[in-house]
Ligand binder design. Structure first.
Ligand code: UDP
Ligand code: MG
Length: 234
């Protein structure tokens, strides 16, 4: 039987991007040629995202929707999508088209060639503030210096993971999740797929500074024992 792909898409207040995002992602998935499902996880949106998602799901049997009672955050939404996915490979992608859907085909090729994880590596970020670019650049390098786990530089959650990697994620039930760190910690055959990160198709970032700092501290606290080691604290 042919293998199947699961595309996991977290959604928080994304009414401006959803219709176009579905159109582009669905077209790419069709082109790749495997049977597929698209799993949207509505992370407690307060705009019309859920209504749009219901409409898309009604007309497209390959689309599944999960919905949270409130906003739990991006990492939890992606985890819910992983729990629901039935595919032989799972692809995690942002809904706002910053992760170009064409890159999915390159990730699938890497998987066909034996990769267990094909992670998107950002060569360039378009349309993001200098503040975001500088802090992200520094953060990944500080994390690398502090952590014993190899976490690839300039890499987010845009990636393909094989079913066997997904099954390990299913067993790790920690609450403060830093998925890209967990992925590095597990090992497996991971290959980079380089891409240029687009501007957001529409709307504004849903990652507030508070959410960003939370994610950054979850990364450091989860993947380094330096904060506990008094000798190394200056
Ligand atoms: N997102 C989410 N819950 C949140 C914040 C964001 O599910 O609390 C989703 C969002 O809809 C998008 C992805 O996570 O699909 C990344 O968010 P965003 O593009 O706003 O972050 P940025 O690219 O600016 O870091
Ligand atoms: Mg974005």
């Amino acid at each position: 039987m042919s293998k199947m792909l699961s595309l996991i898409v977290p959604v928080y207040n994304e009414e401006e991007v959803l219709p176009e995002s579905f159109r582009q992602m669905d077209a790419q998935m069709k082109k790749i040629g495997y049977p597929y499902e698209i799993i949207y996880v509505n992370d407690g949106s307060r705009d019309s995202s859920m209504k749009i998602l219901r409409g898309i799901a009604k007309d497209n049997p390959q689309v599944k929707v999960r919905s949270f009672s409130r906003n739990f955050g991006h990492q939890t939404a992606v985890t819910c999508g992983m729990d629901a996915a039935k595919g032989d490979a799972l692809i995690i992608i942002d809904v706002d088209l910053q992760d170009p859907p064409e890159v999915i085909a390159d990730m699938v090729k890497a998987w066909e060639n034996g990769a267990d994880i094909a992670y998107g590596k950002r060569l360039k970020r378009k349309g993001e503030t200098i503040f975001k670019k500088v802090t992200a650049f520094m953060y990944y390098r500080v994390l690398r210096a502090m952590s014993a786990t190899a976490i690839p530089l300039d890499t987010g959650d845009f990636r393909l993971i094989d079913r066997k990697v997904a099954d390990v994620f299913l067993k790790m039930r920690e609450h403060n999740r830093f998925l890209r760190g967990m992925s590095g910690w597990m090992g497996f055959e991971a290959v980079p797929v380089e891409y240029v990160r687009n501007e957001r198709f529409a709307g504004k970032t849903k990652y507030t500074l508070k959410k960003m700092l939370r994610l950054a501290s979850d990364g450091i606290i989860g993947f380094s024992d330096r904060p506990l080691d008094r000798k190394s604290v200056v």
